[in-house]
Ligand binder design. Structure first.
Ligand code: PA5
Length: 479
C-alpha cells in the first residue's frame, strides 16, 4: 500500500517513449479500405449495391485522369489549386531541414508555443499533433515531451473566456508564436495576433520579434507586410494550395516540427500515398474507391457522414475531415454533412439515431489497428460485473476497443447504415501523412463528381461580410 496511486504494474507509456525519443516508430503496414459493410444494407430503403458501384467506375476514372493531368474546375482567382498534388515530390530534404532547424531553435528557447490560425491554418496542425502525441502533453514534464514546449492554439474562435484562460496558462512563461494566415486578413487570427504581439512586445521588447514566426503568402497581404516591417522570420503558404489542403506545407510542418514530430516521415507518407493513388486501376486505388463509396452514398440519399474512430487521438483527424469534406463539397445546394465521432462515447449519445433514425447516414470508421499501449483487464474473485471471461480468454482493453468499430459496423449495416472502414496500422507520422493525402485526393474527386470546383469556399465570405457590417467596419453595410 502507498498513499498515492501506484501504477507500476503497468508498462511504460509507449507514447511518451516515442515522443521523448526513447523508441523509434516503425512505418510498417499500410492504410487499407474495407468496403465489406457498404453494400446491400438490409434495412436501408435505398441500399448501395455492387452493381451501382461498378457502374461508377468509368466516371471516376475519367475524373481521376483529369485531376492527374491538372485539368478540371480547379482554379481560384485564376490560379490552379492543385499544388498539393505535386507537393509530396516537390518538398526537398533541405527545406524540411530548414523548417526543423528554425522549429528546434524556437522550441529550445521557449516554455510554451502558441499556434495562431483558423480553418485550414489550424485544424490540420492540431489534429496531427493530437494524433501523434500524449493526450495530456502540456501536463507532462519537459523531458517526457522530448524537450519540447507546452503547446496551445488560439485564433480558432473569439471566445474571451477561452482566450483569457489560455493567457493564464501562458502567464510568466517565455513563449513562441507561429501566426498562420494565407490571406493575412482573417479577423479571428488577426485579433488574436494583435493581442499576443503586444503582450510579447511589452514583455520582451526588441527580442519579441525573435519569438514570432509568421506563415503567410509569399508576397501579399497584411501579415506579409507586417512581417517585413517587423523583421519576423517567415514561412510561406503556397499560392496553389488551399487552406484545407495545406497541412503538408509550411503551414502544418512548422508547428509539427516544434512538437518534435518526424516531419520527414510525415512527408514520406504523403508521397507514398500519392504514388499509390496515381494508378488508374479503380479497384486498386484507395482514393477512387473512397470517393466512389461516398459519392454513391450521396446519390442514394445519405446526406450525413458519421466519421467515427476508436482512437481518442485520431478523433481530431475526424474534425479535420469535418472541414476538408464539407468546405469542398458544400456548393450549389449539394454536399454531405460530416459528423466527427469518438466511439464508444458517441454510441451512447447519438447511437440510437444511427441505428434506428432516418436512413440518411453513411458511416466511415477511422479504425486504429495498433494502439501504442496495451491495458490489461484484471481478474476479480467476486466477478460481480461478469467480466472475468475477458481476462480468462486473455483479452484486454485493446480487444474491446477493436470491437467498438467491428460491432457497430455490423449492427449499423444491419440497421440500414452502409459503412466503410479506413484501417490505419498505427499512430505514426508516416501513416497520418498517408491518410491525409488519400482523403485530399478523394475529396478532389468528389467535387469533380458533384460537378463543381472543390478548391474554393466563396460561402465562407458571407459570414465575414455580415460580421464586418455588424461590427461597423468602414465600407460594410448590413444586409
Ligand atoms: O480552407 C480554407 O481555405 C480556409 O479554411 C482557410 O484556411 C481559413 O479560412 C483561414 O484562412 P487564412 O489562412 O487566410 O487566415
Amino acid at each position: 500500500m502507498t498513499e498515492k496511486l501506484n501504477i507500476s504494474s503497468f508498462a511504460e507509456n509507449e507514447t511518451i517513449m516515442k515522443q521523448s525519443g526513447q523508441r523509434r516508430c516503425t512505418n510498417s503496414g499500410r492504410i487499407e479500405l474495407d468496403l465489406s459493410c457498404l453494400f446491400d444494407s438490409p434495412n436501408d430503403p435505398n441500399p448501395i449495391t455492387l452493381e451501382d458501384f461498378n457502374a461508377l467506375e468509368s466516371e471516376i476514372i475519367k475524373h481521376h485522369r483529369r485531376l492527374k493531368r491538372g485539368e478540371g474546375d480547379c482554379r481560384d482567382k485564376g490560379i490552379s489549386m492543385l499544388g498539393w498534388m505535386t507537393l509530396p515530390e516537390r518538398i526537398t530534404a533541405e527545406h524540411l531541414q530548414e523548417i526543423r532547424q528554425t522549429a528546434d531553435k524556437l522550441a529550445g528557447g521557449v516554455e510554451a508555443f502558441v499556434s495562431l490560425g483558423i480553418g485550414g491554418s489550424y485544424l490540420g496542425i492540431e489534429a496531427t499533433w493530437k494524433a501523434l502525441t500524449h493526450t495530456y502533453w502540456n501536463q507532462l514534464s519537459r523531458e517526457e515531451r522530448g524537450g519540447r514546449p507546452e503547446i496551445y492554439f488560439l485564433g480558432q474562435n473569439m471566445d474571451p473566456d477561452f482566450f483569457r484562460d489560455t493567457l493564464d496558462m501562458l502567464k510568466g512563461k517565455r513563449i513562441g508564436v507561429n501566426v498562420i494566415s494565407k490571406s493575412g486578413t482573417t479577423t479571428e487570427t488577426a485579433i488574436a495576433f494583435r493581442i499576443l504581439r503586444q503582450l510579447l512586445e511589452d514583455s520582451f521588447g526588441e527580442e519579441a520579434k525573435e519569438l514570432i514566426i509568421a506563415t503567410t503568402d509569399a508576397r501579399k497581404g497584411a501579415l506579409r507586410q507586417l512581417s517585413n516591417q517587423k523583421g519576423y522570420e517567415t514561412f510561406v503558404v503556397p499560392d496553389d494550395v488551399g487552406g484545407r489542403f495545406s497541412v503538408i506545407t509550411d503551414v502544418g510542418l512548422f508547428g509539427l516540427a516544434v512538437a518534435g514530430i518526424d516531419i520527414e516521415s510525415f512527408a514520406a507518407g504523403f508521397k507514398d500515398m500519392k504514388l499509390r493513388t496515381d494508378i488508374d486501376d479503380f479497384r486498386e486505388n484507395p482514393a477512387m474507391l473512397h470517393a466512389a463509396a461516398r459519392h454513391l452514398a450521396y446519390l442514394k440519399g445519405k446526406k450525413i457522414e458519421v466519421v467515427a474512430t476508436n482512437s481518442a487521438p485520431l478523433y481530431h483527424i475526424c474534425r479535420w475531415m469535418e472541414q476538408l469534406f464539407p468546405e469542398s463539397e458544400g456548393h450549389n445546394g449539394k454536399g454531405m454533412w460530416v459528423s466527427p465521432s469518438m466511439y464508444s462515447e458517441k454510441l451512447h449519445a447519438n447511437g440510437q439515431m444511427v441505428q434506428e433514425g432516418e436512413r440518411n447516414i453513411l458511416e466511415t470508421f477511422l479504425y486504429l489497428k495498433e494502439h501504442d499501449n496495451r491495458v490489461p483487464i484484471p481478474r476479480d474473485d467476486d466477478d460481480l460485473d461478469d467480466l472475468n471471461y475477458l481476462p480468462d480468454k486473455g483479452k484486454d482493453m485493446n480487444f474491446i476497443n477493436s470491437l467498438v468499430v467491428m460491432g457497430p459496423a455490423q449492427a449499423h449495416h444491419n440497421g440500414g447504415v452502409p459503412n466503410m472502414t479506413v484501417e490505419i496500422p498505427a499512430r505514426t507520422a508516416y501513416h497520418i501523412g498517408s491518410l491525409y493525402f488519400l482523403l485530399e485526393r478523394s475529396v478532389a474527386l468528389s467535387g469533380y463528381l458533384l460537378g463543381h470546383n472543390p478548391f474554393v469556399q466563396p460561402g465562407v465570405e458571407a459570414y465575414k461580410q455580415a460580421i464586418f457590417a455588424l461590427a461597423g467596419k468602414p465600407g460594410y453595410v448590413e444586409c
